[in-house]
Design a protein around this ligand. Structure first.
Ligand code: SMG
Ligand code: MG
Length: 370
């Protein structure tokens, strides 16, 4: 039985290759919290996907670091048998903060799997060696800029394109991109909650473009609004922000608010809850795909392993490392080949850290004992 020794909370700064604009803001540089947990059986790393500002969800990176240091880590240290599988239960008394909790579970999972010489995909019982790769494309000032960016990704071979939309940037860019890429390539849109129920008729006009899905058009708490839209729109509705747990996934499916589910481990409190949601959706015949939070090679490796499960029938936001970063913090960053990324086969979550580069971009690091 392994025991906890210490936790390191390390912040890194990574520039994006190009600003990433969504309906809730624009980002040029990421401020990322990495978590290393030292155990008697060795170390494991996790990545917290909370952004710098609380604009995708209520979490943000400074708060995540504080809640880990002052509330989550002390609770984990009091557990009789701290293990990845029991993290969610041990931390349930702390409300919310799924991304912070997920990073701890992730680090323990990595440590346990490395100690056992196993990788995450095999731990999940997933079989696929590679998974189809989709790319998420931000909002631009002009259609020309958007089209040039999308053409680059088409040339890179991505298996599908996702366009960020918002009121005033929807029908026209979607029409232009569909026209440029033709009818075959998968295309979908993501509004990050930017619309209201009064926009339902407008959103139904997206039916003209043969989209795979519309992702989270309405606010996260508006399940009935999404159910109404799902009835009126021919394009399937897919929830992202609204799905914060197995229970909300079940409720959203039963209400008819989501016909496809975006699974993001950070948003639901960890990879084990993400797996449970996958199992639920597989059982219900609801297709799922793996979302992205602009992760480094740590998170992307784990996402690829998750997406190797059989219910992930749509391409995920698991783009190449180079889509966002000039240099990654792992030795073998994820690349896209023939529209797919390889599922890592190394031990643990499957990545190997580039420690020199990691040290170079570290902005702060604190280590707390168990
Ligand atoms: O990681 O490839 C990625 C980005 C995918 O669009 C993406 N994520 O709502 O799905 C989403 C967004 C959340 C993060 S935007 C900064
Ligand atoms: Mg989304």
């Amino acid at each position: 039985m392994s025991t906890l020794r210490e936790i390191e909370l390390r912040r890194i700064a990574l520039d994006l290759v190009t600003p990433f604009r969504t309906s809730f803001g624009s980002e040029e540089r990421r401020d990322i919290l990495l978590v290393r947990i030292g155990t008697s059986d060795g170390d494991g790393w996790g990545e917290c996907v909370a952004m710098a500002e609380p604009s995708y969800s209520p979490e943000f990176v400074d708060a995540a670091q504080l809640v880990i240091a002052e509330h989550l880590w002390p609770r984990l240290c009091q557990a009789d048998h701290p293990a990845a599988a029991s993290v969610a239960g041990e931390l349930a008394a702390v409300k919310g903060h799924p991304m912070a909790k997920a990073s701890l579970e992730m680090a323990l999972l990595d440590a346990e799997l490395r100690a056992a010489g196993q990788n995450l995909r095999d731990h999940f019982g997933a079989r696929r060696d590679r998974v189809p790769s989709g790319v998420s494309v931000g909002i631009f000032g002009t259609l020309d800029e958007l089209l040039a960016q999308v053409q680059g990704y088409v040339d890179d071979g991505y298996a599908r394109i996702k366009l960020k939309i918002e009121p005033g940037w929807d029908l026209e860019p979607v029409a232009a991109v569909r026209d440029m890429i033709g009818d075959e390539l998968g295309l979908q849109v993501d509004a990050n909650t930017a619309y209201r129920r009064s926009d339902i008729a407008h959103l139904c006009r997206l039916d003209d473009f043969g989209l795979l899905l519309i992702e989270q058009p309405l606010p996260e708490d508006d399940l009935l609004g999404h159910a109404q839209l799902a009835r009126e729109s021919a394009t399937p509705i897919c929830l992202d922000e609204s799905i914060v747990s197995w229970q909300t996934a079940l409720d959203a499916i039963d209400l008819g608010a989501t016909e496809i589910v975006n699974i993001k481990p950070g948003r639901v409190g960890g990879y084990l809850e993400a797996r449970r949601i996958h199992d639920l959706c597989l059982d219900r015949g609801v297709p799922v795909w793996c979302g992205g939070m602009v992760e480094t090679g740590i998170g992307r490796a784990a996402n690829a392993a998750l997406a190797a499960l059989p219910g992930f029938t749509l391409p995920g936001d698991i783009s190449a490392s180079s889509r966002f970063y000039r240099r990654d913090i792992v030795i073998d960053p994820i690349t896209v080949d023939d529209g797919h990324v390889s599922v890592p086969t190394g031990p643990g979550l499957g990545f190997e850290l580039d420690h020199d580069f990691l040290d170079e971009i570290t902005t702060s690091a604190i280590t707390l004992p168990a």
